[in-house]
Structure formats: structure tokens, C-alpha cells
Design a protein around this ligand. Structure first.
Ligand code: AHN
Ligand code: ZN
Length: 323
């Protein structure tokens, strides 16, 4: 091999290997942003779905909790399982576990990254009424956000960011009252995050800001600037959307306002007082505002796309490592 060939070969080799990007952080220091592996994230989504619907009080739910805890430990996080008995709108007591994985526990500057890991007991938005009482598999609604965070955790374990990180996997988000419920259904969603926000895993816990992921795996998903996020944490929204745009992900991160969505971040903002945004698939043209398979029996792996996981994961890696 002559020298020119070796030079060309090595240039091609290293550019095709997705070398970690070098960028400037907020102090204008050059930092390296490690790559986000979407194949790996996809496997973590698959793994959760393989347990079956992770409906609170089910065996699949228990086994999945063990898997999530073990994975975070394996990725070098300090893990806390926060257990609580939470009463659902219909009186059922949900044996719930919020799972927290922390990095750089001594660091004062902390970033909160969260998603819900439970799945919904009923498919009340399915077009076939016979499916209403079947559970949602939750490939997108639940597992996708957790899959992205597990892949980030894997990378944090190898290459710890400058700031403290708390990955909080909320339970009992998706046990909210169906629209036809007669009775008090106020605050029936997001029971795990309501509990954590009032009883954080560390007394007096706070973070610089939080980012919630919800339904981040559908093909061609669209993330609009959600209204609760915009009222509590507009700077965080604008920073995330601008980083996504600079990375070429504007077709996912739409530079327009979306609806106001009751989700875990509402309680993190209201009760815990941590400015927290929601990256959530929003479709302004659909009846309910969400993606096509929302709360149906079709929320399955066929409707998970690695490209979407990649766009969200890569954006978040840049957000975190630029701190
Ligand atoms: C409501 O339907 C009120 N909020 C949606 C929160 C949610 C459910 N995210 C996923 N599943
Ligand atoms: Zn849901």
C-alpha cells in the first residue's frame, strides 16, 4: 500500500466511524459529544416490550422494573427504587416503583432526564371497541423514551458528563381515567411523578432543569414546542430546539407551538419547582393531538423507527455534554 492510499483509507475509515463530535460548551471549552447508538436504543425498547404490557400490579411490570434497575446499575448509575402504593381514579391501589439512576452524585449542578416506564391498562382510543379493555403494549408510549434514556445511561457510564445527571423513570403515568369515566378524575394521570415531585428521592432535591421524553419513537414523529413547557421553561425549550436544528433534525423538532399537554413534566414544574420540558409526539391534525397509534393495540415495535430515536438521542447527548 502506498502512503496516499493509506491516507485516503484512514480518512474514509475515521469519517465513516461517526467519530464523537467536538463542540464548544457553555464556557466555550472544547468538549466531545459521544455518539448515540440508535440500534442499541432500539434493543432497549424491544426488551421492555418483550415483557408484554407493563401494567401496574402485573408480573410483566414487576419483571420490567427489575430489568430497568439492573440495566442502570450495569451502566454505572447509583440506583434508587422508590416504591409507593398509589390509588388510581377507580380505587385500584397501584404497587408503583419510580426508578432513579444518578451520575456524579456529588455535583451541585444537576440535569433531570425522565420518561414513564409503565404502560396503559386499556386501549380506549382503539378504533375497534372490542379492544377497549385490552392493555396497550406501549412500544412508543412508554418504552421509547426509556429506551433512549437507557442508551444515554450506557454512554454516561463510559464517559461521564461534567454535570450531575438523574435519570428518573416514572411509574403509573398512564393509568388515567378514560374520557367516559363518571366521577372525580382530576390528577388521575402521572401518579408516579406526582409522588416523586412531592417526595423526591433525595430530600431537598433540585435540578437546573428537566427534560421529559414521551412517545419519541414513531416514524416521522413531530415534536412541537409544548405549551406547559413554554410557560415554565421557555429557555430550555428554545435551547433544545436550536441544538436539534443545528444537528439537522428540524423535520422532527418543529419550530412552532403545539398544544398544552398534561404529562409528568406538569407536576415536576408545579410541585417540585424544577423547570421541566416535554418532548412529546404531537400531531396538530389528529383528533386527540397525538400519534396515530396512541392508546391503541397497534402501539407496537412495527411503529418504532430508529431514525426518530437517533434524532432525539443525539439531540439530548449534545444538550447534556454542552453543559
Ligand atoms: C392526557 O391524555 C391528559 N395526557 C397524555 C399523557 C400521556 C398519556 N402520555 C402518554 N400517555
Ligand atoms: Zn399513554
Amino acid at each position: 500500500m502506498n502512503k496516499v492510499f493509506i491516507l485516503i483509507f484512514s480518512v474514509l475509515f475515521f469519517t465513516s466511524c461517526k467519530q464523537p463530535a467536538k463542540v464548544q460548551n457553555k464556557d466555550e471549552k472544547v468538549v466531545i459529544v459521544p455518539g448515540f447508538n440508535a440500534d442499541s436504543a432500539y434493543q432497549y425498547v424491544q426488551k421492555q416490550v418483550d415483557f408484554g404490557p407493563r401494567v401496574p400490579n402485573s408480573t410483566a411490570h414487576k419483571l420490567c422494573a427489575d430489568y430497568l434497575s439492573a440495566s442502570l446499575k450495569n451502566f454505572g448509575a447509583k440506583v434508587i427504587e422508590q416504591k409507593a402504593d398509589l390509588q388510581a381514579y377507580n380505587g385500584v391501589v397501584l404497587k408503583s416503583t419510580n426508578i432513579i439512576g444518578s451520575y456524579n452524585i456529588e455535583s451541585k449542578t444537576r440535569i433531570l432526564l425522565c420518561a414513564h416506564w409503565d404502560s396503559r391498562p386499556i386501549s380506549d382510543h382503539d378504533s375497534n371497541p372490542q379492544n377497549f379493555n385490552k392493555p396497550v403494549l406501549g412500544a412508543n408510549d412508554g418504552a421509547s423514551g426509556v429506551g433512549v434514556l437507557l442508551e444515554m445511561a450506557r454512554v454516561f457510564g463510559k464517559n461521564t458528563p461534567n454535570v450531575g445527571i438523574d435519570i428518573v423513570l416514572f411509574d403509573a403515568e398512564d393509568y388515567g381515567a378514560p374520557e367516559n369515566f363518571v366521577g372525580n378524575s382530576e390528577n388521575s394521570w402521572c401518579l408516579g411523578s406526582q409522588y416523586w415531585s412531592a417526595n423526591p428521592h433525595v430530600a431537598g432535591y433540585t435540578a437546573k432543569y428537566g427534560i421529559l421524553l414521551d412517545m419519541v419513537g414513531a416514524p416521522n414523529a413531530t415534536f412541537y414546542k409544548e405549551q406547559i413547557s413554554m410557560s415554565y421553561a421557555p429557555d430550555v425549550v428554545n435551547n433544545v430546539w436550536s441544538i436539534a436544528r443545528n444537528l439537522g433534525f428540524s423535520q422532527y423538532f418543529i419550530n412552532e407551538n403545539g398544544g398544552a399537554i398534561t404529562d409528568d413534566h406538569l407536576y415536576v414544574n408545579k410541585i417540585a419547582g424544577i423547570p421541566c420540558i416535554d418532548i412529546i409526539h404531537f400531531n396538530p391534525n389528529s383528533e386527540h393531538g397525538f400519534g396515530d397509534f396512541w392508546h391503541t393495540v397497534n402501539d407496537t415495535m412495527e411503529n418504532i423507527d430508529k431514525n426518530t430515536l437517533f434524532a432525539v438521542g443525539t439531540t439530548l447527548m449534545n444538550v447534556v455534554y454542552k453543559e
